[in-house]
Design a protein around this ligand. Sequence first.
Ligand code: CIZ
Length: 333
Amino acid sequence: MKTSHVDGGLPAPVQLPASEVDATQAAQLSREIRRLAEERNAVILAHNYQVPEVQDVADFVGDSLGLALEAQKTDSERIVFCGVHFMAEAAKVLNPDKKVLLPHLSAGCSLADSITPESLEDWKERYPDHTVMTYINSSAEVKALSDICCTSANAVSVARSLPTDKILITPDRNLGQWVARQLPEKDFAIYDGVCPTHDVLRGANVEKTREEHPEAIVIAHPECREDVLALADEICSTTAMMERVARYPEAKTFLMATENGIIHQLRKQYPDKTFVMADGCIGCRLHCPYMKVTALTHVQRALEEDVFEILVPEDVAEGARRALQRMMAVPRD
Ligand code: CIZ
C-alpha cells in the first residue's frame, strides 16, 4: 500500500479490514442475498461509505437523504439499511409502516453521539432566540428537539430559507462554520461536535498529496476543517461529488477529502479518471470504522433472521419527522 502523509498531528495509518470472504464467496453470498431480498420483499439501501461488496449488492447507493427518499418510494415491506444507526432511524421515522433493519448493531456514529438531548437542551438555554438546525447525523431524539434538519446536500439552502437571522447549528462544527461563511448576514451559534474521520485531515496533508498530483481537482466534504475546505475546488455532499466530477471533463485526477468508501462508486462511474484520497492513502485515516463494520454476511443474516429492527417511539418519531419534513420542503438551490 502506497502511503504519503505529513508527519505529526495524525494517527498512524490503519489497515482496511481484510474482507472476510474471497471474490468467489462474495459472488455466492451476493446471489443468496438477492434471492432472500426477493423472498422477503426487501429493498437493500447502502450508503456511499459502505464497503464495495455491500454497495454492489444494494438496490440503491447514495447519501442518507437520498436513501430515505428511496425508502419512501418503495413498495417493499422491509428496508435493509446498510449504513449507520442514525440513517436507519431516519428511514424508520419517514417510513413508520415499514420494517427497517440495520444489519450490524455496532454501526454507530461518533458525531451523532457527540450530541445528546441533554446537551442540546443546554445549548438551547444558552441561545434561546436561535432556531435550531440539526444535521442529519444525530439521533431521532435530538432531531425531535430541533426546529429543522439539514444534510450536507442542503445545509446552506436550509439555513438561507429560515425566516430568522439567529441560527444554532448542531452538531457538526466544521459544517456549521462552512454554512456561516456563506451566509455572513446571519448570526450563527455553532455546536462543537466533529466527525473524527473528516476532522483528522489537515490542509498540510492535502498540499502534500497535491505535490504528487499538481493538476488534480480537490473535492471536499463540508465536515472537513476550514484549512482543507480552503484548498478545495468543490465542497459538497457525497452524492453531489458523483456529479461534480463531470464538471471537469479535462481533469484526469481528483483528490477526495471524504470517507474512502466514495471511491468505489466514483471509479465505477468514471473508469477513465483517477481518484486519490486527499491524505494520499486509501486505507489510512479517511476511514470510518462504523461504516465499515457491515459485511455481506451481516446483510444475509439481516434478511434470514429479520434483524436488527430499528424502532422509534412514536412521540419521538413525530418530532423528528416534523424536523425532517420541514427540511424536505425547502427547495434545493
Ligand atoms: O448525509 C449523508 O449521508 C452524510 C452524512 C454524508 C454525505 O454527504 O453523504
